[in-house]
Write a protein that binds this ligand. Sequence first.
Ligand code: ZLV
Ligand code: CA
Ligand code: ZN
Length: 382
Amino acid sequence: HPAPPGEQRSTGTVVWTDRFLDYTWTPEHPMKPARLKFTMALAESLGLLDGVELLAPTAADRADLLRIHTPDYIEAVEQARAPVGSPQAPPYGLGSPDNPVFPGMHQAASVIVGGTLAAARAIAEGRTRRAVSIGGGMHHAMADAASGFCVYNDAAVAISWLLDNGFDRIAYLDVDVHHGDGVQRAFYADPRVLTVSLHQHPATLWPNTGWPEETGAGAAAGTAINLPVLPGTRDAQWLRGFHAVVPGALAAFRPQIVVSQCGVDTHCEDPLADLALTVDGQRAAFRAMRDLADQHAEGRWLAVGGGGYGLVRVVPRAWTHLLATALDRTIAPETAIPQDWIDLVRAQAPQVDPPRTMGDGGDIAYRPWDGPGGTGETGDAR
Ligand code: ZLV
Ligand code: CA
Ligand code: ZN
């Protein structure tokens, strides 16, 4: 996939449209669009986006959605209306407490898919090596059902598109605290796609799948990897697990592109789960995935967002580090948070104490073991 002649190939591309903010459930729902708004505001305030071209996506069309979803399900999403005076939930997972129907749901969910597809196309066409769409990461959506706040499975649609556009070995890495069940399911019998999910142990967290013995079916045996970690797992232990499993798997699989779901609900303050990572550990995970894409996939890295429910204290810092990582910029954890951002979130979320620095002072204390006589310099403690 050479760069088009005479054209500049950028290192990193950020996909963004304000239409991502239309993915709005109910006021009480934990997945709030403000987390995306606060992230972009923080990145901007730090000057991270200066001179960076934002790629504005359009909604995915029906043919794109049909790569993964059934016609009946798409139609049900298009037709979904909040039930009027009826306790009966619409079918296909729609209208449940996790996935309440909201106005414009089909359109908003299609724009999320469009964002991840725009990122995939930019990489496939050689316009950029890396692309990030923080609106994406809806990894629970199934062929014919909404699940876990996810309507359409943007990563699965993009992977399917890549498979039809010159890629035949794709690695999907999912660091969200929840199991990446929808993406795993979509490619469970497809040997061209390696799915790896790290998550809180299925005995202790919804959706209660992602057991280590789920390893892929038929010709795809061995191309699904699940690494559950126990509640209370901290940075160093989580990174120990990541580095014990992921680099070896990628070296063996030899992907042409790495797709990462970068949910940040692994944080110790996240209200939905029980892991104990810091923003420093999450930053190390993003940098590790980027470096693995550099080593094993000629630098091709497509990163999407996902979960993360600490909308002031966690998500904006973590995903600002994600954007910086893709743009080859380093934001030290000690970096002070700009006052204008603190004022902004104070005005919009007065009940929350905003963070002061870009790290949590996390002692991540983990350096990958690089073998006897190794220098330890491949580590990413800072
Ligand atoms: O981060 O939900 O536990 C990617 C992602 O991975 C459940 N759902 C199921 C099982 C029975 N339901 C619970 C119904 C709850 C309805 C509303 C909440 C409301 C307030 C606070 C927390 C929740 C909640 N829901 C916490 N955990 C759930 C999970 C779904 C988790 C989805 C994670 C999505 C974007
Ligand atoms: Ca996961
Ligand atoms: Zn999650």
